[in-house]
Design a protein around this ligand. Structure first.
Ligand code: FAD
Length: 309
């Protein structure tokens, strides 16, 4: 196990925020994880992955936990179990090389396997929930391991039970994904090219990807808006009519706008970036200004996808 006190979290969040943590612990086995949880019972604990969906709004007066467990193994021809600390894209790259498909649409999404289940990551019409068979978790109270089926995880749009009832109560230790034999090389390459063309590259420009979630509105409100904005993109779904937040933000004139060191990414207005040593406050202020202006113009509240810590 690796234990560091008073650590800068700069290398541990893709937004590039220089917050500090009282303690940072990286564990390499489930026994070590149990030991850490026992020793730090009652303290404030945050389990992070790559920190690609976090905004540290202040120093963290507690224990930041990170998994150094990063292996994957086939359980049978159609299921692969990956440990929480493995980068999701490394897993997909390996599977693609081995001529397995099913997860390629999630290519290049930053972050680790553990968070892929917590966040139910998604892109290009595929969500983690479509390929997750089950999720193994460790109860932070009893330290027992438990297997959760896909249904029990209650996946929704960028959502799961791990963001609600089980928030802070369990740690995802591994995820079992369904895969099939097939060549996904071309799709993976195309997705990587598209993503590289429009999204900021991790390590080059600070961001957490899409800052806001796409809103869902009732049918009647969507119809009223369509009278005013006939070109408004919209998609029917069981939760209501989905309207792309990027379109709403762009209509309000935010593309490329800055606030202090924070900026609305010119190629994709759903993404806020740390363009020039932005503070978390500047990023939060910019997000609020955007959300308020969308609300004033469309009467739609857009909410952050990013986890404020
Ligand atoms: C450039 C860029 C592009 C992106 N594109 C996409 C995209 O296309 N689609 C998409 O869905 N997301 C996208 N994201 C967001 C991000 O990649 C995902 O949310 C990802 O799942 C975060 O993974 P992480 O390991 O960095 O988790 P973190 O950001 O470190 O953590 C996210 C949350 O999960 C919790 N968590 C982490 N690990 C565990 C664990 N083992 N057990 C319990 N809880 C845990 C954390 O406490 C936190 O609440 C993008 C981000 C960036 C920077």
């Amino acid at each position: 196990m690796r234990v560091v006190s008073d650590i800068s979290l700069l290398p541990y969040n893709t937004f590039g925020i220089d917050a500090k943590a009282k303690l940072f612990i990286e564990y390499y086995s489930l026994d070590e994880l149990r030991q850490v949880l026992k020793e730090h019972k009652g303290e404030r604990i945050l389990h992070i992955g790559q920190g690609s969906n976090l905004l540290f709004t202040q120093d963290f007066d507690g224990v930041i936990l990170h998994s150094g467990m990063a292996r994957a193994r086939f359980l049978d021809d159609e299921t692969v179990e990956a440990q929480n600390g493995l980068r999701l894209d490394d897993l997909i790259a390996q599977l693609t090389d081995m001529q397995y498909c099913g997860m390629e649409k999630l290519s290049l999404i930053p972050g680790e396997v553990g968070a892929s289940a917590v966040q139910n990551v998604g892109a290009y019409g595929c969500e983690a929930k479509d390929v997750i068979v089950r999720v193994n978790v460790l109860d932070t109270e009893t330290l027992d391991q438990r297997m959760m089926t896909n249904e029990e995880c209650r996946f929704g749009y960028r959502d799961s039970i791990f963001k609600h009832e089980l928030k802070g109560k369990c740690i995802v230790t591994s995820v079992v994904y369904h895969v099939s034999k097939g060549d996904a090389t071309k799709t993976r390459e195309e997705i990587i090219e598209t993503r590289n063309g429009k999204l900021p590259k991790v390590g080059e420009v600070g961001s957490a990807g899409s800052f806001f979630m796409n809103p869902f509105v009732p049918e009647q409100q969507a119809n009223e808006l369509l009278q005013l904005y006939p070109d408004m993109p919209h998609f029917q779904s069981p939760q209501g009519v989905k309207i792309p937040a990027a379109w709403l933000i762009e209509q309000c004139g935010w593309k490329g706008k800055t606030h202090g060191g924070a900026q609305v990414w010119p190629k994709q207005p759903l993404v806020l970036v740390n363009a020039n040593h932005a503070s978390a406050t500047e990023i939060m202020e910019l997000a609020k200004q955007i959300s308020d202006s969308v609300y004033d113009r469309f009467n739609i509240r857009i909410n952050p996808e990013v986890n404020y810590i």
